[in-house]
Design a protein around this ligand. Structure first.
Ligand SMILES: C[S@@+](CC[C@H](N)C(=O)[O-])C[C@H]1O[C@@H](n2cnc3c(N)ncnc32)[C@H](O)[C@@H]1O
Length: 393
């Protein structure tokens, strides 16, 4: 007698299992050498069958995994993704309900109640393995817990444009919050370019970054230099504060200055001098300035709520490398400050080597009198954390 045919019945995988497998595959393949959003873009480009809803949820699972930093690192990846989802989400979630219905029932609990329920304790030093480098005034617990939330999207209404922007947001039914005179907080993921098509009316700029501008205080017709201008976010803020200034912008990357030119054109800024300069070398061919903005290249550690993969992959030795670069740049830039002129030093870092130590260098080695310095906390208001110092020659 022949063998009985064996009949296997495969239960098709649910959408949620597919999502978990795809997210786990991404985490397995990703090595931190590229920003995660670039990696995800190529990943999804190669898989055009995935719809936008699938992409969004898979992406979210991956980000939620990295939001835990190195905490509970030994946990199996799929379990840790669910832990991330449970701690980060605040409303009922079908995927979590499928795998962990008892967790989903508690989704609206506070993080501390969720941790109690799981009998886990939050370890700030595991989430953020660089605690010993933190600048003064940053509270490790609150700072690391803020990683569970993606910071909000902030825009800055350009002078005289706020009312028109708010009307468009209301027409589109977008929830918003206004902060101070010019800032509008928006939910993440909204397509600003569709709702606010006139690029001349606003700039996308984090709340703390906007607040650094309060230190610029340019006077009429002064000469200002934004020496690490990138695509010009701070320059546009400076120009909006005092449109009569004589503005010089520079960056080591010519490609980013092309973006600046486009952005300036959209913003209606025409009179400026733009040049490619490598500030690790002495600068020639520029006359001294009344004001300099040194928005230094840095670790970006105050913005990792938007790029939490850095919690996992950032290498500690880079802190010293950035600090050395910042000092080199400061050394070459400060001779170009007029006596009595002001230099505004900015980083989006939470590391003292890039902040307080740089200020000590500006004071002791560059001869500036420091008028103000400190962290601009963003972690307690869903924004980035930055550092700003003002030095006078
Ligand atoms: C933090 S970003 C500036 C952001 C910009 N100010 C803004 O508000 O959007 C720092 C910039 O410094 C530039 N940079 C890095 N190394 C430099 C160097 N050696 N000389 C001049 N600029 C440099 C980078 O290309 C980068 O655009």
């Amino acid at each position: 007698m022949g063998r009985q045919p064996v009949c296997f019945i495969f239960a098709p995988m649910t959408r949620w299992e597919n999502y978990m497998n795809a997210a786990a595959g991404i985490i397995d393949e990703y090595d931190g050498s590229l920003p995660l959003h670039h990696f995800l873009k190529s990943f999804f480009k190669a898989r055009p069958h995935m719809g936008s809803r699938d992409r969004r949820r898979i992406q979210q699972l991956v980000y939620q995994f990295y939001r835990l930093g190195k905490w509970q690192e030994q946990m199996p990846v799929q379990e840790r993704m669910l832990l991330g989802a449970f701690l980060c989400e605040q409303s009922s979630d079908a995927l979590l309900n499928f795998f962990k219905p008892e967790w989903n029932e508690r989704i609206t609990d506070t993080v501390s109640d969720k941790l109690n329920f799981l009998e886990l304790s939050w370890d700030a030093a595991e989430v953020f393995p660089f605690l010993s480098h933190l600048s003064e005034g940053i509270t490790p617990g609150a700072f690391t817990l803020s990683y569970l939330q993606q910071p909000k999207l902030f825009i800055r209404a350009r002078p005289g444009k706020k009312a028109a922007i708010l009307r468009l947001l209301e027409t589109a039914g977008v929830e918003y919050e206004t902060i101070g005179e010019h800032t509008i907080a928006l939910p993440n993921g909204i397509k600003t370019e569709q709702i606010l098509p006139d690029k001349n009316t606003y700039e996308i700029q984090d709340l703390s970054s906007q607040e650094t501008g309060q230190r610029f205080q340019p006077k009429t017709k002064e000469r200002w230099w934004d020496c690490c201008a990138a695509s010009g976010g701070k320059s546009i803020l400076l120009h909006d504060t005092q449109p009569s200034i004589q503005l010089t912008v520079s960056d080591v990357r010519s490609s980013i200055l092309e973006n600046l030119r486009k952005r300036f054109a959209d913003a209606g800024i025409k009179n400026y001098d733009a040049r490619v300069l490598d500030l690790t070398k002495p600068v020639t061919g520029l006359r001294p300035f009344n004001g300099i903005i040194l928005d230094a290249p840095c670790s970006g550690s105050g913005t990792w709520g938007r790029s939490p993969e850095n919690l996992y992959y950032f290498s500690e030795k880079k802190i010293a490398e950035y600090a050395a670069l910042q000092k080199q740049i400061a050394k070459h830039v400060t001779p170009l400050l007029e006596p009595g002129g002001r230099l505004v030093y900015i980083t989006c870092s939470v590391f003292k080597e890039e902040n307080e130590d740089a200020v000590a260098f500006l004071r002791n080695e560059c001869g500036l009198e420091i008028e103000e310095s400190g962290v601009i906390k963003g972690y307690d208001r869903e924004a980035d954390t930055m550092f700003v110092a003002v030095g006078r020659k």
